[in-house]
Ligand binder design. Sequence first.
Ligand code: NAD
Length: 449
Amino acid sequence: MKDIDMIQDLPSVTGHSDSDSTAGNKKKPKQKPIKLFEAALAQIQKAASLIELDPEYMAILSQPQNEVIVNFPVRMDSGHLQMFTGYRIQHNNILGPYKGGLRFHPAVDLDEVKALAAWMTFKSALVGIPFGGAKGGVTIDPNKYSEAEICRIVRRFTHALSYNIGPEHDIPAPDVGTNSQTMDWIMDTYANTNSPSARQAVKGVVTGKSVECGGSISREAATGQGVLYCLRHWCGQNEVTLDSLSVGVQGLGNVGGHFMRLACEAGCKIRVVGDHHATIKNAEGLDVADVLAWVKENGSLKDYPGAEHIDSDALFAEPVDVFVPAALENQINLSRAKTMQCQLIIEAANGPTTSEAEQLLLDRGVEIVPDILANSGGVIVSYFEWLQNKSAHYWAADDIQHELRSLIWGAYDQVISCRERLHSTTREAAYAVALYRLREVYDRRGIFP
Ligand code: NAD
C-alpha cells in the first residue's frame, strides 16, 4: 500500500483561504475556510456568462444529481468496532455513466467531494469522452490502519455504496490515498455481491485496477503522462524544448511521481520538489531516480540525504520555468503566488490554485494550464480501461499512448482556439468547451418529462 503509506500525519490543507499555508512542515494560524464547491461553481459561472449559457442549464449544473453519504461499521484488528463515513457524489450523467475517483484522506468532506465531482463532469466533457462526473471518499487517515483493516474498510464501503455504483452507472477510480490495490478489492467485492453469471461482466465497475485484475496498461502513469503531454504541447507552441526547462513539483504520489520521472526522462531539469513531509532542491537538477527510490522505501522525502532541504513555502519561490502542483487543493494561494517566478503552471492536482492567486499570476503573465485539461490523462485511460473490460480485448501500450496523446492535444487545441475567440483565460475557455458539449446534449435531449 505504498500510496496510502505516503500520506502520514497530513495537516488538513483542503479548503483553507489564501493566507493559510498549512502545507508541509510549517503551520500558520487558520483563516476563513474557502468553500470549495462554491469556488468550483464560480469558475464554471464565468465561462457560462462568456458563452451566454441559458441560466436553466447553469441551475442544473450547480447541484449534484445525487449525494450518497454512508456510515458503516468495520471490525478493527484489536477486535473493536469503528464507524466510518464515506461519500459518493454523482454530479451529472448527461454524457455517460458517472465517473471519478475515490479519496481516502482526513480532510474528505461533503463540500470537497462535491467540488471534485463537478470538476469531473467538465473534465470528461472537455476531452470528449462519454462519461459524467462523480467523486467519493472516506474521511480517514489511511496510514493509521493496518493493510488488513484498510482492506475491510474498502470492502465494507463498497458494500455500503452497493448498487449506487456499477459499470454502466458509476465507475470509481483511484485518487489521493487510494491505488490499484484499492480498486482490485472494490472490483472483487462488487463482483462477489453480483450473481455468478454477472461476475465477469462487472469488472468495469472500477478503473485503475492492476493489470493482472483487468486494468489497462499505462493507467497508473496516465495522469502524469497526460501532464507531460500538456507540457510538450506548450513547448511546441512556444518554440522551446523540454531539455531547456527547469521544473518544480509539489506532491510525489501517483501523479507527481510519474510526471517527475517522465519529465526527467524527456530532458527537463527537476530543480525542486516537495511532499507533505519535506522539500528538497538542487539547482543543478535532482537525481530523480534516487529521489523516487527513497520515497518508495521511506514513504516520503523526509531525511532524504542527497539534496538541500528547504522550507515548504520556499518550494513555490524557487526560480523554475515550470511549476507542477500535484498534491491537494488551494496550495497556490495568494502569498505563495506572490513569490512564484515560473512562466507556466500545469495544474496536475485538482483545484490547486485559488482564484485570487490565479488573478495575480495571470496579471504577471504566468500561463496556467487548468486542472480539467492538465490532469485529464487519468480519466482518459480509465475510459480505455472501461472499453477494454467491455470487449475483453486488451490494447498495446503504444496504442494507448497514441490515443491518449491525440485526445489531450485535441482538447488543448480546442481550448486555445476557444480562448482566442472568447478573449478569455485558459481556464474559462476549457470550461466553455465543456459547456458547449453539455449544452448541445441538453438542447437535443430536453428536460424529462
Ligand atoms: P497520492 O496520494 O498518490 O499522492 C499525493 C501526494 O501529495 C503525496 O506525495 C503527498 O505527500 C503529497 N501531499 C499531500 N499533502 C501535501 C501537502 N500538504 N503538501 C505537500 N505535499 C502534499 O495522490 P495522487 O493520486 O497523486 O493525486 C494528487 C492530485 O492529483 C490530487 O489533486 C488528485 O485529485 C489529482 N488527480 C489524481 C489522478 C489519479 O489518477 N490519481 C487523476 C486526476 C487528478
